[in-house]
Design a protein. Structure first.
Length: 92
């Protein structure tokens, strides 16, 4: 389920990018343990791209290939990531 981003305009994206870059400069970007090691390396660029050009749904789709095997296991016939991504993104 995507977030309701009715007010996501260029100015808001600029503020988001400033905060993101501040976190990068101060080594304060949260890297989830649910990501693989390659995922942790890819995450900053994927996050930056979603700030500039996408939204939370794009980031979730981009991260799907970088989730740990434990996150990708099947449960009751349903892939866990479809439930995990929105929860993980809310913790950012």
């Amino acid at each position: 389920m995507a977030l309701n981003l009715n007010n996501l305009d260029k100015e808001t994206r600029r503020y988001m990018l400033e905060e993101f870059e501040y976190d990068i400069r101060n080594n304060n970007l949260y890297l989830s343990s649910r990501l693989t090691e390659p995922g942790r390396h890819a995450y900053p660029d994927l996050f930056r791209d979603s700030i500039l050009y996408g939204d939370d749904s794009k980031l979730a789709a981009d991260l799907k290939d970088y989730m740990s095997k434990m996150e990708l296991k099947k449960k009751r016939g349903e892939d866990i990531p479809s439930q995990v991504f929105p929860i993980m993104l809310m913790k950012l």
